[in-house]
Design a protein around this ligand. Structure first.
Ligand code: FAD
Length: 382
């Protein structure tokens, strides 16, 4: 794999980097305090083609490769980690709808995701089961031309999403990972109510529970074949896991870059802090680990671009990058001394935000289970 970025990738990276520095970073804390991303910023992201740019042009995307999509995600996250969720969730959901939705349903929803007009969330987990997502309690019962959905899902953008892809049990038997179907559900349908979670980070995303009380969903909103939702649609997560890796790396790399500057300017014991190995070495280590995590994510995206297996690599991205990014930001915060602890700097906010993605989309333990299963097969894996 060639790891040199092309002229086009460099140009898009710089464009996204400028947008993140000018439009996103100055209002990072404000968005957290308000608890939402301004619709105007969403639309600007869409106008610039920063949301789900890898989707085909015919459906509203730009037809770019997925490595470029990852590069853009990292740049956006340098400015505002929460805004980068628009790209990650947009790519995940956009791809599911583009490949599994009826063409009229895809045409109704996907271009608007890419343009930043609306958000479509993804509700895989439930309050009672996240890691064990193959045992949903949300049920979907066929009733004439509709399905009736009853149960609860947890999702990012729980407050702002106009619709959500949800996974519900359509089979009679409770068998783990079987008899589960995916649906696109507009969240303004009668019987839908929302409850917001009070999270420690990414408050601009606004996570929450969505309750479905006999919600009537047209049968054409079924995604893929009935009963096959779990296995078919879950493959999309191999893509978003590498994007999440780069999202975390973006927030951490911004922190490391700022900290290199800070330690070369601040003095203690009559010399710049950078002259102490105890200061420069943790930064050198963090920079190294982030570079390694970024390359792992690029490689995973490149495998996906070439249609090659990448499930294990995607799981590696998802546990390694959030962990190394969290540790890098923690070190940067400490190297700023008391200033790092204050809310005028973005370090503590980034630390809280990145921590969420050590849990969201699957924990490190679950990712290691996936890697072990890929290497050993289910019989021998834990
Ligand atoms: C920031 C954030 C964003 C999120 N966004 C979404 C979203 O958009 N859509 C959505 O559907 N969900 C979302 N979630 C939910 C998230 O995916 C789940 O919280 C996550 O999968 C873990 O599930 P759980 O919280 O039920 O923990 P549990 O499954 O109860 O796990 C608790 C602990 O036990 C460990 N554990 C569980 N099973 C095993 C095992 N077999 N082996 C070893 N250890 C195990 C876990 O690793 C964890 O440490 C989000 C969560 C967060 C924090």
């Amino acid at each position: 794999m060639d790891v040199t970025l092309t002229e086009d990738q460099l140009r898009l990276r710089d464009e996204a980097g400028r947008f993140a520095a000018e439009r996103l970073a100055p209002h990072y804390r404000e968005r957290e305090q308000r608890g939402s991303v301004e619709p105007q910023v969403r639309r600007e992201m869409g106008d610039r083609g920063f949301i789900a740019p890898e989707l085909p042009v015919e459906i509203g995307g730009r037809g770019l490769d997925r490595v470029t999509s990852g590069i853009l995600t990292e740049e956006i996250a340098r400015g505002d980690f929460s805004v980068a969720y628009l790209q990650v969730v947009g790519s995940l959901v956009g791809q599911i709808l583009a490949s599994d939705a009826a063409s009229e349903v895809a045409a109704r929803w996907v271009p608007g995701i890419c343009r930043g007009e609306h958000i479509v969330g993804i509700g895989l987990t439930e309050p009672h089961a996240g890691s064990d997502a193959g045992m949903p309690r949300l049920t979907a019962r066929r009733d004439g031309d509709d399905y009736l959905l009853t149960g609860t899902k947890s999702l990012s953008f729980g407050g702002d999403a106009a619709a959500a892809v949800v996974f519900a049990r359509t089979g009679e038997q409770q068998v783990r990972g079987k008899g589960i179907s995916a649906f696109l559900v507009p969240l303004d349908l009668p019987g839908v109510t929302r409850e917001s979670y009070s999270d420690m980070g990414t408050r601009a995303v606004g996570r929450g529970a969505v309750h479905f009380d006999g919600v009537r969903v047209p049968a054409e909103h079924l995604l893929g074949a009935e009963g096959k939702g779990f296995s078919e649609v879950l493959r999309g997560f191999d893509f978003s896991r590498a994007l999440i890796g780069l999202q975390c790396v973006g927030a951490a790399q911004a922190s490391v870059t700022e900290t290199w500057r800070y330690v070369s300017e601040r003095e203690a014991f009559d010399q710049p802090l950078s002259k102490f190995q105890g200061v420069s070495f943790p930064l050198a280590e963090a920079d190294t680990r982030l570079t390694a995590a970024r390359l792992l994510c690029y490689r995973t995206l490149s495998l996906r671009d070439r249609g090659m297996p990448h499930t294990a690599e995607a799981a590696m991205c998802k546990w390694l990058a959030p962990k190394d990014s969290f540790e890098a930001i923690q070190n940067c915060l400490l190297l700023h001394g008391q200033y790092g602890y204050r809310t005028e700097l973005p370090l503590e906010q980034r630390l809280r935000d990145v921590l969420g993605l050590q849990i969201g989309d699957g924990t490190a333990q679950v990712m290691k289970l996936i890697i072990a299963r890929e290497r050993l097969g289910r019989q021998l894996a834990p």
